[in-house]
Write a protein that binds this ligand. Structure first.
Ligand code: ADP
Ligand code: ADP
Length: 231
């Protein structure tokens, strides 16, 4: 279970996150929404220590990280072992085939043997509907296909949580749909996810829990049902 208590993050003299306290339940999808500039990305990036908040507590399973103190690289690596970030811009390795992109983490980081890693990668590519693209290079993929490879790659690491920051904002609507379908499928399989999105129709379908952020504060924190019932 991932939990935050009184997290604050300031850029210069602008407080981007103000006393954020919330939990991200396991086996559920939490969707973060809110106006542009409200702090959604900063919140997601803080969960992965791409941003360093200046105060608060970060709880992950038995770990209690005091954010006001320096955080060791070991701690950050430990958190990143258990979490995967999927960005808007896919970040695939251009010099590796699609299947090698998916195998890379399990082989290099988890020290899986290559035969096993390849088998798993093929299964994950099938799951995201791209088994026939295994041997092509990222430059030959559409944006939607590339994003699905990025999702397969994150799943290959068996993370406790996947963080997705506007996973479809760079895509045309019809390509967006194929990515959203894959995410809905993964959510059904109870993969814990935290998704920042502007797409409220998608949020309604995929979310178990909703967080609404405005001006660095959480204004709603509750079930998808209650979020869409209130107006
Ligand atoms: P959102 O994801 O909701 O659009 P962000 O988390 O990107 O919002 O940004 C929240 C606020 O923090 C904005 O005012 C933004 O300009 C500011 N901000 C984000 N990143 C930085 C940064 N690296 N340096 C300075 N200000 C930043
Ligand atoms: P989004 O709204 O999708 O989060 P932004 O355009 O706000 O995207 O931010 C893109 C990148 O620019 C992020 O890495 C963020 O940290 C950085 N950034 C955002 N606002 C500022 C700012 N005022 N000064 C410096 N960097 C910023």
């Amino acid at each position: 279970m991932l939990k935050l208590e009184n997290l604050t993050k300031t850029f210069g003299n602008h407080q981007a996150l103000k006393n954020i306290s919330t939990t991200f339940p396991e086996n559920q999808t939490t969707v973060i929404v809110g106006p542009s500039g409200s702090g959604k990305s900063t919140l997601l990036r803080s969960l992965n220590f791409l941003e360093k908040p200046e105060s608060g507590h970060y709880y992950f399973d038995d770990l209690d990280i005091d954010l006001s103190k320096p955080i060791s690289n070991q701690t950050i690596l430990n958190i990143r072992r258990h979490t995967e970030m999927v960005f808007q811009g896919y970040n695939l390795f251009p010099h590796l085939s699609v299947i090698k992109n998916v195998m890379e983490g399990p082989v290099q980081v988890l020290h899986k043997n290559k035969i096993e890693a390849r088998k798993q990668a093929a299964e994950l590519l099938a799951k995201v509907g791209l088994e026939e693209k295994a041997d092509v290079y990222p430059a030959q993929l559409s944006g939607g296909q590339a994003q699905r490879v990025a999702i397969a790659r994150s799943l290959a690491m068996h993370p406790d949580y996947i963080f997705l920051d506007e996973p479809t904002s760079a895509l045309d609507p019809e390509l967006e749909l194929e990515v959203l379908k894959v995410l809905l499928q993964i959510a059904k399989e109870k993969q814990s996810m935290i998704i920042v999105t502007h797409n409220l129709a998608f949020a309604r379908q995929v979310a178990d829990k909703m967080i609404f952020v405005e001006d660095g504060r959480i204004l709603f924190d509750g079930s998808e049902h209650d979020f869409f019932a209130t107006d």
